[in-house]
Design a protein around this ligand. Structure first.
Ligand code: SAH
Ligand code: SF4
Ligand code: F3S
Length: 454
């Protein structure tokens, strides 16, 4: 195959972590001389970056792979790669189920893609799922946005929530050093990026595995310390972080978000259930009272902070009354955004083996009721934006209306307003909100400011 005919296509499922991995793998491929192909059928390397958090995520992958595997019979130079969490979980079974595959690689191996593809080029079918120390990547990711970027700060998860497959597929916590994180952010600033989201499955665990304690005996490298350490990176105007765990969320962190102007007043703190017995069965390590206190403490100093979360309904043994405690929490807190899911038993997790599983009908009914409530609350919550002036960081054109651009407020609300993307991309614009919907806003620009205005 000549170098200029190498084309790749990546399909990504799952969370921000997977999206960030895909961007890094795309960077590796482009470094090897591959070019992006929008149409998978024109590509000679197909990489599917998979998610296994819920059952339906996995099914999508199998149907996608089936189609591509068929293509390989007509086009033998096609390279088929499965990466991500299904790859890690299924491993060898995946190779047996889809023998057309060339490479099956777990998330910890994302930075090793070139090396693994060289083994494939030698004619081997390659399986890379053994736990490893994640290498700092040297290749530049191919980022989807020119304005906002993800930066991993901690890989893996050491929690053992009884429903969750993540620790099995992402491995143990591995924090990057503050210096490596800052260096990446400095480069992003130089390249013109304006916003960074720091990523970790349990980002509050950042630094636990790094050496060093302070004179008061606490870890020297906490998420809070990291925020202070990276805050002055030139060019970066906004910093976000996700995902927070209520068990480890600290007062110091709230204080840092309040003090540091670049850190957005935007918190993603999943609560999973509003019932203490369910939380216990989930091994979450906090009560709903503790969760409510965290939100109260945030709102006490940042009344307008945007709060989002994840929740699961239909966990094994969840009674109607326990489910209603989740409904109550949602009603009381008025989230800006809530990701909801029906419990899905995952292989290799404790809760999947319990006998008190609920029927699909009960789970579907509770999900529907919760979603209805979420819609109502989001609409109410949105009203507070009406007629307000918000700072919007412009990311792109509105795909549905080329006379408009779109971006996000500090609270992460998608906002549309009239303007030309060539002039406004990467700018922070003050926008007067004229229209509110449950999850997005429309407004009129007041001014265009090239630098931070806060
Ligand atoms: N680390 C984050 C969440 C990671 S997974 C945290 O601790 O909150 C993202 C979300 O998927 C979870 O918050 C949970 O709401 C959902 N989820 C995880 N496992 C699930 C399962 N087995 N069934 C249904 N939803 C699940
Ligand atoms: Fe899964 Fe719990 Fe870890 Fe989140 S904290 S990734 S829910 S085990
Ligand atoms: Fe899915 Fe893996 Fe993320 S299972 S949610 S892609 S960590």
């Amino acid at each position: 195959m000549s170098l200029d005919s190498r084309r790749y296509h990546i399909t990504t499922y799952g969370c921000q972590m997977n999206k960030a991995d895909s961007e890094r793998m795309a960077g590796v491929l482009e470094n090897m001389g591959y070019q992006w192909s929008e149409n998978p059928d024109d590509a000679n390397l197909i990489l599917c970056n998979t998610c296994t958090i819920r059952d339906n995520a996995e099914h999508k992958v199998y149907s996608y792979l089936g189609r591509q595997a068929k293509r390989k019979h007509a086009q033998p130079d096609l390279t088929l790669v499965v990466a991500g969490c299904v790859a890690q979980q299924e491993g060898d079974a995946l190779l047996r189920r889809v023998p057309e595959l060339d490479l099956v690689m777990g998330p910890q191996h994302a930075n090793r893609l070139q090396d693994l593809l060289e083994q494939v080029a030698n004619g081997q079918q390659v399986l890379a799922t053994e736990p490893i120390h994640i290498v700092e990547d040297i290749t530049k990711p191919r980022r989807d946005s020119a304005v906002t970027a993800w930066v991993n700060v901690i890989y893996g998860c050491n929690e053992r929530c009884t429903y969750c497959v993540v620790p099995n597929v992402r491995g143990v916590e591995q924090s990057r050093t503050p210096e490596a994180i800052r260096d990446e952010m400095v480069q992003l600033g130089e390249q013109g990026f304006k916003e960074v989201t720091l990523l970790g499955q349990n980002i509050d665990a950042y630094g636990r595995d790094l050496p060093g304690t302070t004179s008061e005996g606490r870890h020297q490298h906490t998420l809070t310390d990291l925020l202070y350490f990276v805050h002055d990176v030139p060019g970066i105007e906004r910093i976000r972080f996700a995902t927070s765990h209520p068990r480890y969320f600290t007062e110091r962190l709230i204080q840092a978000c309040y003090e540091l102007p670049k850190v957005c007043e935007h918190f993603h703190i999943p609560f999973q259930s509003g019932d203490n017995d369910v939380l216990k069965a989930m091994s979450r390590g906090y009560t709903h009272e503790k969760y409510r206190r965290i939100i109260d403490n945030i709102r006490a100093i940042m009344p307008d902070a945007s709060i989002s979360a994840d929740a699961i309904v239909g966990f094994p043994g969840e009674t109607e009354a326990q489910f209603m405690n989740t409904m109550q929490l949602v009603e009381d807190i008025e989230f800006d955004l809530l990701n909801t899911a029906a419990y899905s038993p995952r292989p290799g997790t404790p809760a999947a083996l319990w006998e008190n599983q609920l029927s699909e009908a009960v789970k579907a009914d509770r999900l529907q009721r919760l979603n209805r409530l979420v819609g109502v609350c989001a609409e109410l919550r949105s009203q507070r934006y009406a007629n307000r002036i918000e700072e919007v960081l412009v990311e792109d054109q509105n795909p549905k209306d080329p006379t408009q651009v779109m971006g996000r407020t500090r609270g992460n609300r998608l906002t549309f307003f009239p303007g030309k993307i060539e002039e406004l991309r990467s700018q922070v614009v003050s926008v007067k909100v004229t229209e509110v919907r449950s999850f997005s806003l429309t407004g009129e620009p007041l001014s265009s400011l090239a630098t931070t205005v806060r």
